[in-house]
Design a protein around this ligand. Structure first.
Ligand code: IPM
Ligand code: MN
Length: 361
């Protein structure tokens, strides 16, 4: 009996259904090759569903997902809906309600032509950002006083728990151990990124990081304030191996990271609770202007499928997908990762062809 995985498929808004369709094409190809199956349940949540029904994402949907192995999400966000409403209910909803405390964002340059930085190549850009995913300014603790008056006050809390900080830092160290030392380094390295010099509550990150680090003699450590980290990631990306950051700074620095690996067309992420149902998505948004035009680049979603396979324990299939994308980009057949350079379906077909060639040769 082959293994069967229950997968929730949530294409969402804008270009979501087009990029997810190509992700599923690639998933089907590796299922056939590696002899496992997925039972896919399509979930309609997003702007259209909200406009039709008034429902964002109901509790029953989260209950269904708790019984699944993974969710593949396309993108959420639509100009017809109040800013943040669907993002909060669906993306943050899943992260918080399913306790997906790791936002794993690999940044790997697959071909030097994709990098906007001068004189940097694949050997320089190979890092993993572990973004905390359930705390910080994202908790939604905010408010307004005297709204719309000259005396208005607005506040939002950046909140960290001992448990929340420790588990993501520990995950980062475990990731470093698993990755091993980078070529030329003695040890793998974890960099803590924070702003504890200004956001004093982040002192908890400093203390917990030091404590956890003391348990990992085989892992080197580094620390950078977020502003400096933005600078060094552009100037010396080779200094980064594994980095760990609070939610908001992790959000910001991974867009920067996406650009140095070739842009939003290729950057994927996993929202993970180890050993439990987890959610995988491209980092990019819903790009409403490209909706329905077969122009969006599906490679980020395809890379998210690779991360999902890894989470499911289908590691050879995950590697095959990642290697296929890498060899496609190295072949020079992909002109550019910009939307419209190739059609969405064409890129999906190219990855599938690459996979089939790789496994038969
Ligand atoms: C991301 C996105 C989300 C975030 C938005 C859509 C709420 O930017 O996944 O990086 O800030 O986490
Ligand atoms: Mn973001």
């Amino acid at each position: 009996m082959s293994k069967v995985y229950d997968i929730g498929v949530l294409p969402g808004d804008g270009i979501g259904d087009e990029v997810v369709r190509e992700g599923l094409r690639v998933l089907s190809a590796v299922e056939e090759i590696y002899g496992f199956q997925t039972k896919r349940e399509s979930m309609p949540y997003g702007a259209d569903h909200y406009l039709e029904t008034g429902e964002t994402m109901p509790d029953e949907a989260f209950d269904r997902i708790r019984d699944m192995h993974a969710v593949l999400l396309g993108a959420i966000g639509d100009p017809r809906i109040e800013v943040g409403k669907l993002e909060f209910a669906i993306i943050a909803g899943m992260r918080f309600k399913l306790d997906l405390f790791v936002n794993l964002r690999p940044i790997k340059l697959l071909h030097e032509n994709l990098c906007p930085l001068k004189d940097k190549g694949p050997a320089d850009i190979d890092m993993v950002i572990c973004r905390e995913n359930t705390e910080d300014a994202y908790c939604g603790i905010h408010g307004f006083l005297k709204k719309d008056t000259p005396d208005e006050v607005a506040h939002q809390s950046m909140m960290y728990t001992r448990k929340g900080v420790e588990r993501i830092i520990r995950y980062a160290f475990e990731t470093a151990v698993k990755r091993g030392a980078k070529p030329g380094a003695d040890k793998p390295q974890v960099t803590l990124i924070d702003k504890a010099n200004a956001v004093r509550a982040q002192d908890i990150w400093t203390r917990v990081f030091a404590e956890v680090a003391s348990e990992y003699e085989g892992v080197a450590t580094d620390h950078q304030y977020i502003d400096a980290a933005c600078m060094w990631m552009v100037k010396n990306p080779e200094w980064f191996d594994v980095a760990v950051a609070p939610n908001l700074f992790g959000d910001i620095i991974t867009d920067l990271g996406a650009m140095i690996q070739g842009g939003m067309g290729i950057a994927a992420s996993g929202n993970i609770h180890p050993g439990r149902v987890s959610m995988f998505e491209p980092i990019h948004g819903s790009a409403p202007k490209y909706r329905g035009q077969n122009k969006a680049n599906p490679l980020a979603t395809i890379m998210a499928v690779s991360m999902m396979l890894d989470h499911l324990g289908e590691t050879p299939a995950a590697r095959t997908v990642e290697d296929a994308v890498a060899s496609l980009l190295q072949s020079g057949k992909v002109k550019s990762l910009q939307a419209g350079a190739h059609s969405t379906s064409e890129l999906g077909e190219m990855v599938e062809a690459e996979i089939r060639t790789a496994v038969t040769s």
